[in-house]
Design a binder for this molecule. Structure first.
Ligand SMILES: NC(=O)c1ccc[n+]([C@@H]2O[C@H](COP(=O)([O-])OP(=O)(O)OC[C@H]3O[C@@H](n4cnc5c(N)ncnc54)[C@H](OP(=O)(O)O)[C@@H]3O)[C@@H](O)[C@H]2O)c1
Length: 252
């Protein structure tokens, strides 16, 4: 049995994670959070698993309220998946909708877009972790996966570009590393993973799929299956693991 909290549950990879947890034998409890309403998941097992959905605008108030409700249920959560991430799209900037896209050169960097990407990709996951502290304090073993990206590796940055996205995932990694140092003292039964799914066929990667070599564009289903195996096997070692889809460590 797995009880899992999936945040950013409308991500294509998150859908696959939810489906695959429910396909495993046993009765599971899934808690899903998203900005929008979520599709039902077909239950292939006995049907005694439960799925509870929350809608959130990801404001501090909303995150706090949802986490308080989850803690109040007294449910033991075995795994948390924070799947949120933006690379392109639009956001509201001083009342008007503004498009953003990964920067090719320094002149493309806009403070408003950089701030939006940092907020969505680095600040939001940290806020969830902050508000989930009462859950971690129950001492029930919990594995926490935050979706990062290989381009967040400073060591791996040979191509340049994508200023905001790279910086946001590097910031996420540093925030998670700092949390892991603190949790190794406070909550020894929490394991943190910064996960790189590989280039996966989702809305996020759509504009960038043309140059992906054959066989290197993964399905969400494949990535979810790899990730669930990693979560299953990883140890509670008090460290942040920065891992790719193949369970290989990535240098920070
Ligand atoms: N696809 C790839 O090739 C690839 C490669 C490396 C890393 N990643 C990372 O993998 C994760 C999952 O992405 P995906 O590929 O599955 O993409 P996706 O299907 O486009 O999912 C996007 C995710 O980001 C959230 N999101 C979208 N706009 C947001 C906003 N303004 N503020 C907060 N959250 C927002 C969505 O949450 P809602 O449920 O609330 O809509 C959803 O969880 C991301 O962190 C991404 O950076 C993906």
């Amino acid at each position: 049995m797995t009880n899992a909290l999936i945040i950013g549950a409308n991500s294509a990879i998150a859908h696959a994670i939810a489906e695959q947890i429910l396909e495993q034998p046993g009765n599971h409890a899934l808690l899903r959070v998203s900005r929008s309403s979520l599709p039902e998941i077909p239950q292939t097992q006995s049907g005694a698993s439960t799925v509870s959905d929350w809608q959130s605008d990801y404001s501090e108030q909303s995150i706090e309220a949802i986490c308080s409700n989850i803690v109040a249920t007294g449910m033991h959560i075995d795994a948390v998946f924070i799947c949120n991430g933006v690379l392109h799209g639009n956001f509201v900037n001083q009342g008007s909708h503004t498009d953003f896209f990964p920067e090719k050169k320094l002149e493309d960097v806009s403070p408003a877009a950089l701030s939006h990407v940092l907020q969505s990709n680095a600040m939001l996951p940290l806020l969830w972790l902050q508000n989930l502290i009462p859950l971690f304090a129950t001492n029930h073993p919990c594995k926490v996966v935050c979706f990062s990206a290989r381009v967040g590796s400073i060591n791996d940055n040979r191509l340049g570009g994508w200023y905001s996205y790279r910086a946001s995932k590097a910031a996420l990694n540093m925030l998670l590393k700092t949390v892991s140092v603190e949790f190794s003292r406070r909550f020894k039964k929490v394991k943190l993973i910064a996960f790189h799914p590989g280039t996966t066929d989702t809305h996020l990667s759509k504009p960038f799929q043309a140059n992906v070599p054959a066989g290197k564009l993964f399905t969400p289903k494949f990535v979810a299956s790899q990730l669930l195996d990693i979560v299953q096997s990883v140890d509670f070692d008090g460290q942040l693991s920065y891992l790719d889809w193949n369970n290989n460590p990535i240098e920070f």
